[in-house]
Write a new protein. Structure first.
Length: 202
């Protein structure tokens, strides 16, 4: 039984490691298709025929330049300014912030984007949903709701990179004594691999 449990843990841990790689690959593929589609006609007009590999080369160059910018002070200031613009843009702001939090949670080792693991009654009373606390709700939301709200990200199973953001009354959530990594394992495995502290019984 212990061997089976270890195998399940290794499988889920492998999924957690591979998930950011797969997401990165999908983003790079999307970027390549975008760049290649934009440049294909231009390159064909300039050289008189299509040039294979130009889209890939430009994609690598773009990623490289972003890395160079992010690695130095001036570049970080520029990226911070761009991020500030994204955060101030209606509609784009909510999408960008959510995606960035999810990316941070899976890429950064400290997993600071997801602060705690919690549960609350959803979608109806008597049914509990596992979620990750992301931040306190904006002041306007608290004022209009006339209560203290907290932002929680509810992931989908088995792909926790998708899900939805809810603002829940702080009094309605129960903070769990569980690490973010253990919570992710629980979500990815569909509950098959529970955290260590719950293995003593259902």
């Amino acid at each position: 039984m212990e061997t089976v449990r270890r195998i399940r843990n290794y499988l889920v841990t492998g999924l957690i490691v591979l998930l950011p790689v797969v997401v990165t690959w999908q983003v790079l593929r999307w970027l390549f298709n975008l760049v290649d589609g934009l440049l294909r006609g231009v390159v064909a007009r300039v050289f008189g025929h299509p040039v294979p590999g130009v889209g890939l080369a430009v994609t690598i160059l773009v990623v490289f330049l972003v890395g160079v910018l992010a690695a130095n002070y001036v570049g970080r200031r520029l990226l911070d300014h761009g991020e500030a613009v994204m955060r101030r843009t209606p509609i784009v702001r909510s999408v960008y912030v959510t995606i960035k939090q999810i990316t941070d949670a899976f890429v950064r080792r400290d997993q600071a984007a997801f602060k705690r693991v919690c549960m609350f009654e959803y979608p109806r009373k008597g049914i509990y949903t596992l979620a990750f606390v992301t931040s306190s709700a904006p002041v306007e939301l608290k004022e209009r709701a006339r209560q203290d709200l907290v932002g929680v990200f509810v992931p989908t199973t088995p792909n926790p990179t998708s899900g939805f953001l809810l603002y829940v009354p702080r009094s309605d959530i129960v903070i769990l004594d569980m690490s973010v990594e253990a919570g992710l394992r629980l979500v990815i495995s569909g509950g098959i691999v529970p955290p260590d502290e719950t293995r003593r019984g259902p």
